[in-house]
Design a protein around this ligand. Structure first.
Ligand code: UD1
Length: 428
C-alpha cells in the first residue's frame, strides 16, 4: 500500500492546471448509455472513480476505449445487460447514476442498494420517489433495486425534498424520452448538473433550466445520438489548490476551471484575509496577514460545497481565533478533524458543528486519510506542519485527484509517495 510523506515548512507556490471534474465525468459516462453508438469524452480525469465507472459500463455490455490520458470513446451500441452489482456500487456510490439512463433506454434496471460509506448513509429514496412519479415501478429485494417501466415513462412534476445532485441527475436522464414534460422542482444547481444537461441536449434531448431550481425535460422520441463532449473543469480540485494558497500564503494560481463555480469559497477566502485574483478560467489566491477566522456552513450549490469543507477547515485550523464549521449535507464528514488534532489542531466536534480554535503551528505526525477530501486536507496540513507527516490510506485520495503529489512537487512541496508493507500502513 502507498503512503504520502511530506516534509513541512517548504515554500509552496506557483501554477497548476486542474483536470475535468470527477463529479461530472462519472455522470456523463453513465449518460452515454442513452445514445447508442460511440461517444467521445475529453478532459476526463485519470482517477480511480473513473476506472470504476468504466467497469460498470463494461458490465452492462458497453466498450470503453482509452484514447489518451484524458479522453475515451464509449461505445454503448451493444449494451444488453441492466445490472450493476454490489461490488461496484459499494466501491463508488455514483454507480447508481446508470439507473436513470437504463430505465430510459430499456425500461429496466437492476442496481445494488448503496450501503453506508465513510461519509454517511447516502440514501437514494429521493431517486426512487421521483422515478415512481414518472411511472417507474420498483421492487427491492436481496439488496437490489429492480426498476421497470412497463407502461413507459410519463412526464410529471417532481418536487425534491432536498436539492439532491444524484436524484436530479437520475431524473433528468430517466425523463429524456418520457411522454410529455417532466418538471424537476427544487432541482440541484451544481455546475455538474449544467454539464450533464449540456451533454443531453447535444445528444438531442430537450432539457431547459439546468442551473436553476426548476428543470424541464421535454421527452423526445427515438434514441439520442452519440456526441463528443469536453468535461467541465474540476472546481473542487481547483478549490483544494487555492486553499493551499490560503494556508501557506504564497501565491497559488490554478488554471482550467471557472472561478464563478467557486463563488462562496473564494468569498470566504477573502474574508479570511486572502487576496483572490479571478480571471477567465484561472484564479490566484495569496495572503500576507494572519488567517482571520470565519464561519462556514455547507449547503447545495451555490452554497458552500461539502466537498470543500475539510480543506477549508484545515486553513481555519491555523486562524487567529475561533471558527464554526457546520456540515449540513453529509453526516460523518468530520472524521479527518480528529486526525488533524493529532497534528496539534484544536477542533471540537458537536453533532454537525465543528468548533475550530486556531493554533499557531502544527506538528507532523502519521495520520490516516479517512475519505477523499479529508485525505487531501491532511496532505495540506503536512505542507505547513513542523517535521514529517505520513498520510496512509491514500487510495481515498486517488479516487478524486489525478497526480496530487506530482502537482504539489511542481509547486515546490517536499513530498513523495512510496509503498510500504500492508501491516506497516494499516495498524488497526
Ligand atoms: C453530493 C454533493 C455534490 C458532490 C457529491 C460528491 C450536495 C448537495 N451534493 O452529491 O455536490 O459533488 O456529493 O461528493 O452537496 N439524500 C437522501 N436521499 C436521496 C438522495 C440524497 O437522503 O435520495 C441525502 C444524502 O444522504 C445527503 C444529501 O441528501 O445527505 C445530499 O445528497 P446528494 O446531493 O444526492 O449527494 P450526491 O449526489 O452524492
Amino acid at each position: 500500500m502507498d503512503v504520502i510523506r511530506i516534509e513541512g515548512g517548504h515554500p509552496v507556490t506557483g501554477e497548476v492546471s486542474v483536470e475535468g471534474a470527477k463529479n461530472s465525468a462519472l455522470k456523463l459516462m453513465a449518460a452515454t448509455i442513452l445514445a447508442p453508438g460511440v461517444s467521445t469524452l475529453t478532459n476526463v480525469p485519470n482517477i480511480s472513480d473513473v476506472h470504476v465507472m468504466g467497469k460498470v459500463l463494461k458490465r452492462l455490455g458497453a466498450s470503453v476505449e482509452v484514447l489518451g490520458p484524458h479522453s475515451m470513446n464509449i461505445d454503448t451500441s451493444d449494451v444488453d445487460k441492466w445490472e450493476t452489482p454490489y461490488e461496484l456500487v459499494a466501491k463508488m456510490r455514483a454507480s447508481t447514476a446508470v439507473l436513470g439512463p437504463l430505465v430510459a433506454r430499456f425500461g429496466h434496471a437492476v442496481v445494488a442498494m448503496p450501503g453506508g460509506c465513510q461519509i454517511g448513509a447516502r440514501k437514494i429514496d429521493m431517486h426512487i420517489l421521483g422515478l415512481e412519479a414518472l411511472g417507474v415501478k420498483f421492487d427491492i429485494d436481496h439488496g437490489y433495486i429492480h426498476a421497470s417501466a412497463p407502461d413507459g415513462i410519463k412526464g410529471a412534476m417532481v418536487t425534491l425534498d432536498f436539492a439532491s445532485v444524484g436524484a436530479t441527475e437520475n431524473l433528468m436522464m430517466a425523463s429524456v424520452h418520457a411522454e410529455g414534460v417532466t418538471t424537476i422542482d427544487n432541482a440541484a444547481r451544481e455546475p455538474e448538473i449544467v454539464d450533464l444537461a449540456n451533454l443531453l441536449n447535444e445528444m438531442g434531448a430537450k432539457v431547459s433550466g439546468a442551473g436553476t431550481p426548476v428543470i424541464e425535460v421535454e421527452g423526445v422520441p427515438g434514441d439520442l445520438h452519440p456526441v463528443a463532449h469536453e468535461v467541465v473543469g474540476d472546481r473542487i480540485e481547483a478549490g483544494t489548490f487555492l486553499a493551499i494558497g490560503a494556508l501557506t500564503g504564497a501565491p497559488v494560481r490554478v488554471n482550467g476551471f471557472e472561478p464563478r463555480h467557486l463563488g462562496l469559497v473564494l468569498k470566504k477566502f477573502e474574508q479570511m484575509g486572502c487576496t483572490v485574483e479571478r480571471g477567465v478560467r484561472t484564479c490566484q489566491v495569496s495572503r500576507s496577514g494572519p488567517i482571520r477566522p470565519v464561519d462556514i456552513q455547507t449547503l447545495p450549490f451555490p452554497g458552500f460545497p461539502t466537498d470543500m469543507q475539510a480543506q477549508t477547515m484545515c486553513v481555519l485550523a491555523m486562524a487567529a481565533g475561533e471558527s464554526i464549521v457546520t456540515e449540513n449535507v453529509f453526516e460523518n464528514r468530520f472524521m479527518f478533524a480528529s486526525e488533524l488534532d493529532r497534528m496539534g489542531a484544536d477542533i471540537t466536534i458537536e453533532g454537525h458543528h465543528a468548533l475550530v480554535h486556531g493554533v499557531s503551528s502544527l506538528s507532523g505526525a502519521p495520520v490516516k486519510a479517512p475519505d477523499l477530501r479529508g485525505g487531501a486536507s491532511l496532505v495540506m496540513a503536512g505542507l505547513v506542519a513542523e517535521g514529517f507527516t505520513t498520510v496512509s490510506n491514500v487510495y481515498h485520495i486517488d479516487r478524486g485527484y489525478e497526480g496530487y503529489v506530482d502537482k504539489l512537487v511542481s509547486l515546490g512541496a517536499h513530498i513523495e509517495r512510496h509503498s510500504v508493507p500492508d501491516d506497516e500502513e494499516d495498524q488497526d
